[in-house]
Design a protein around this ligand. Structure first.
Ligand SMILES: NC(=O)c1ccc[n+]([C@@H]2O[C@H](COP(=O)([O-])OP(=O)(O)OC[C@H]3O[C@@H](n4cnc5c(N)ncnc54)[C@H](O)[C@@H]3O)[C@@H](O)[C@H]2O)c1
Length: 350
């Protein structure tokens, strides 16, 4: 078992423990008196782990009930969000009750946004079951839903009261979902730790899941503590995401997020190498590691399309994008660029 504490507008523990889902009731009982507990989960995860969580909650004196939605990003929308709010209201959920988000990043974002807005905010627990949710989305308090106009366009910062990650749940993840999460794990090595990057080269992530999650959560904890509202250092978590999001858009979301981030990291690293900011050796190491985890490293989309898509990114502030640029494995800098300057960071020809 590994426990880390996140210090933000509210402090909370992140517990990483194999078999931990069986003990969620006990952990919650340490934090609150018995109350109703609404488990929000998707149609893949609930049949696997829903009963385990409900039973643990019941044993500890809580009164659980569940809302299960259709798995997939398409459910992270206003309709499902509204359905969950109405579901809670119909059951007279009060501010002394608790929501538990059991699932991947979609569940965490959706349930987190419900928790941020229902009764102007109630407490919630993150129970991440995908690699991406374990290493990234369950920590840091960003919650939200997609609009027809774009991803994550409505949201809030709302920190959970507890994050409990049971690495045993990763065993039931489909291979493609593991691969997507691996891109985010490699991102942590690239942006903050050469030693961790080397561990990923030497040992597969799935063979050291508990350790990998602990390292990534530790790095995210430090970035969130320094910059909860994402206006400074926390932006480094966007490494590979500016061009990654652009790729997702260009492909009409046929390219998965992890694959897009993988290519996005390569594109920005190639730009850094061509400017002499990153060594060719480190660029080659990044490409080799991404390939080792079955991730793509090239794109067929032309620079003009990528630029246009990147410029519609919601993270543009004052007409400037913040590129996260690697200077070495384990070290990145934030480079603000205008729309015109962005062209010089994209590949010349495709
Ligand atoms: N809030 C943040 O800070 C943040 C950060 C990064 C990403 N995100 C969001 O996270 C989402 C992507 O997360 P994701 O990749 O976890 O997607 P997801 O929640 O859709 O999970 C991927 C798939 O894996 C399934 N699944 C999850 N856990 C499982 C398990 N243990 N066994 C079997 N199947 C399982 C899900 O049902 C789904 O089909 C996106 O919406 C993205 O915007 C949020």
């Amino acid at each position: 078992m590994n426990k880390l504490t996140v210090t933000a507008s509210r402090s909370y523990d992140v517990i990483i423990e194999r078999g931990g889902l069986d003990r969620i009731g006990e952990y919650l009982a340490d934090l609150t008196a018995s109350c109703r507990a609404a488990v929000i989960s998707d149609s893949h995860v609930f049949p696997l782990y829903g009963r385990q969580v409900e039973d643990s909650l019941r044993r500890a004196g809580f009164a659980p009930f569940s809302f299960v939605f259709e798995a997939g990003e398409a459910s992270k929308n206003l309709t499902v969000y509204g359905q969950i709010l109405e579901f809670l209201a119909a059951r007279h959920m009060s501010r002394s009750d608790v929501i538990l988000a059991l699932g991947g990043g979609v569940t965490g974002d959706l349930a987190g946004f419900v928790a941020a807005t229902y009764l102007r905010g109630i407490r919630y627990v993150q129970l991440p079951t995908s690699l991406l949710a374990a290493v990234d989305s369950s920590v840091g308090g960003k919650a939200g839903i997609d609009l027809p106009e774009g991803k994550n366009l409505a949201g809030a910062f709302h920190q959970p009261m507890l994050v409990l990650c049971d690495p045993d749940t990763l065993k039931t993840l489909p291979e493609t979902v593991i691969r997507d999460g691996s891109a985010e794990v490699i991102k942590y090595g690239m942006l903050g730790s050469e030693a961790f990057f080397r561990e990923l080269e030497e040992t597969p992530i799935t063979e050291q899941a508990e350790h990998v999650i602990s390292v990534c959560v530790g790095m995210k904890r430090d970035l969130v503590a320094a910059d909860e509202q994402d206006t400074g250092e926390r932006r480094k978590l966007n490494l590979g995401h500016t061009f990654g999001h652009a790729l997702e858009k260009c492909s009409h979301f046929r390219i998965s997020h992890g694959a897009a981030v993988s290519v996005g990291m390569v594109l920005i690293s190639q730009a850094a190498a061509s400017r002499g900011m990153l060594s060719q050796h480190d660029l080659n190491r990044l490409i080799r590691l991404l390939k080792q985890y079955g991730l793509p490293t090239e794109t067929v989309f032309p620079a003009a399309s990528l630029r246009e898509a990147a410029l519609s990114d919601k993270k543009i502030s004052d007409g400037r994008l913040h590129l996260i640029v690697p200077e070495a494995i384990g070290k990145c800098v934030i480079v603000p660029v205008s729309g015109d300057e962005l062209v010089s960071w994209l590949p010349d020809e495709n």
